[in-house]
Design a protein around this ligand. Sequence first.
Ligand SMILES: CC(C)(COP(=O)(O)OP(=O)(O)OC[C@H]1O[C@@H](n2cnc3c(N)ncnc32)[C@H](O)[C@@H]1OP(=O)(O)O)[C@@H](O)C(=O)NCCC(=O)NCCS
Length: 276
Amino acid sequence: MPVTPEVLGPVWASDRMLLGDRARWAGATVSRTGDERSLLVAAERGDRLVLFGRGEPGGVVELLRDRVAALRSSAGLGVAGMRGAAGTPGLAGWMSVPRGAVVPEDVLRPLHLEPFSTWDWLLAEAPPGTVAGEDVVVPLDPIAEASAIADCLAEANPGTTADPTGPHEAAWVGVRDEDGGLLGVFGAQTRGGAEEGGFSWHLHGLGVRPALRGRGLGAALTAALSRAGFAAGAQWVSLGMYADNEVARRIYHRLGFATLAEFSSFGPAGSTRPPT
Ligand SMILES: CC(C)(COP(=O)(O)OP(=O)(O)OC[C@H]1O[C@@H](n2cnc3c(N)ncnc32)[C@H](O)[C@@H]1OP(=O)(O)O)[C@@H](O)C(=O)NCCC(=O)NCCS
């Protein structure tokens, strides 16, 4: 089912986060509590069942219980640990819920999920002011320079899932040394906007090589890329970050990003990074 304003209901239809992601939720099942304060999206992405809860944590847990019960009784959908009699291969799960939600063991166990991370979703509604030293930031060609970007990220942000050759990349920027090598990079994906035809930018893959940190390059990359997004017509600019990344959070908040939502995520045992 497409994620339309009707499916999101009166409270969540204008939620920036859900609107930005709605193309990625194609085919999802959306459930909401009667008081409209909590919402759960369940979607199959590739071979993965993805669960995403938004709003009041207790209500999300209620919706989760109902969804897991429905999945368990569904003959057609084989979730890992919930294989049908025919033994069809199951889906590997991934789940994010509002931080503070206490997900009971009897919900986590059948989904084969374990705590993975805590992360925050940040939003800027207007371009940032100019940052000193921002003139060193230059646009990159994400295809022609893909391996140079990957080389920089391998040292500067090895845990990122950002891929400059991905299907929805909008722009990459970087800072070069005198030989043209990349000292730091940052990229943006195009995501949904407030209405059909509108769009937002979602930033990912910020990394500055360790030896060059503390000189303002991270702030310069973030300011330049965010401003480029608004200049290109993005209705807002968003990004996700691990909750313990205080250095990054200070940069983003100084540039006008606000923390819109805080999550805990759960993945299969042994996961090293979230799905893209
Ligand atoms: C997060 C990251 C990109 C920041 O890059 P950076 O280039 O060090 O960022 P900045 O220099 O703009 O800011 C970092 C600090 O240096 C300070 N700083 C900037 N210029 C400075 C200067 N000339 N003199 C002294 N301090 C300076 C900033 O004020 C900031 O201080 P704060 O910690 O008090 O807020 C970098 O640490 C990194 O690559 N980390 C690993 C990957 C990562 O976490 N990416 C973000 C994912 S969300």
